[in-house]
Design a protein around this ligand. Structure first.
Ligand code: MG
Length: 288
């Protein structure tokens, strides 16, 4: 072997040994967490938080209530509501709802319950919850008909009418051109969704909504309503101010109503389906 070759082999061997040593050094055992350490449960000598009656890390601040979270839905089956939710529809019956048929000659018709969902029966009228809500978190799942019928605002139209006044639109957004502030995810006639995360028609879509109720003093709006909406887990309305109650071809205006009002689901004469509907009235921080 020539000296140059010997040198080359030696360099390669040295490099290989060095990299092995480095890998070994990296694999050194990390220290384990010390589980013997303890910490205090709070403080009574820290500064006061601005605009709060509590100190930073205040030992006297009440503990939030413990609840059991719900379970996620899939296309095949609806999930479960969190333990503190008011369940308005769990797939079984319409005992928590009323409706007023639009056409009296059709008799006392109501929405159709089957296979864990409830479906709009055209002209049965809006489904209206018996219980009323103010500030609240809503979870509502819906599906536009798998077989498209009609175009634009006639394809898959229904709506989540919060406090029976403020519509978060339900529509088939799947290759269905229409005006932007009338798409699913819009505050109807006011604000389009920030993006269009709707699934294809026939699939279940999920609304998660946080709503702050408006406040009235007589005829005056003291505080407008605000809404945050997630459609299929995607933010489509971000603490958006609501202009007024749902209207068509007009600028929305407020009409004073109670501090709590029912949730309504819109009968737009299209067989849209709903399932897994629950509401959590919001009580704010530091509740006993
Ligand atoms: Mg609608």
């Amino acid at each position: 072997m020539k000296p140059i070759k010997i040198l080359l082999v030696a360099v390669i061997a040295f490099a290989a040994t060095l990299s092995l040593v480095m890998v070994k050094a990296q694999k050194k055992k990390l220290p384990e967490a010390d589980c013997g350490r303890t910490a205090g449960l709070g403080y009574d000598d820290t500064p006061m938080l601005p605009d709060q009656p509590w100190r930073v890390h205040d030992i006297k601040r009440p503990q939030p209530r413990t609840i059991t979270p719900g379970t996620e839905s899939s296309q095949q089956s609806a999930g479960k509501a969190p333990s503190d939710a008011v369940v308005l529809f769990d797939g079984k019956d319409l005992s928590n709802w009323t409706n007023h048929p639009k056409k009296k000659e059709l008799g006392n018709i109501t929405w159709k319950v089957e296979n864990d969902y409830v479906e709009v029966v055209p002209y049965a009228g809006d489904l209206v919850s018996k219980e009323k809500f103010g500030d609240a978190q809503y979870h509502i799942e819906w599906a536009a008909p798998a077989k498209p019928c009609g175009t634009s605002q006639w394809r898959g139209n229904s709506g989540v009418l919060i406090m029976s006044n403020y519509e978060i639109q339900v529509l088939d957004n799947d290759n269905n051109p229409t005006y932007a502030d009338g798409m699913a995810g819009s505050i109807y006639g006011q604000w389009p969704p920030l993006v269009n995360p709707a699934r294809v028609r026939g699939e279940w879509q999920m609304y998660d909504i946080a709503f702050e109720a408006p406040v009235f003093e007589g005829e005056k709006v003291v505080k407008p309503a605000y809404v945050t909406v997630f459609l299929n887990g995607v933010l489509v309305q971000h603490h958006q101010k609501i202009i007024g109650r749902m209207t068509h071809r007009q600028v929305a205006q407020y009409r004073p109503h109670g501090a709590t009002e029912p949730l309504s689901l819109q009968d737009h004469e299209v067989p849209v389906r709903y399932r897994n509907i629950w509401v959590r009235p919001l009580r704010g921080y530091d509740q006993p």
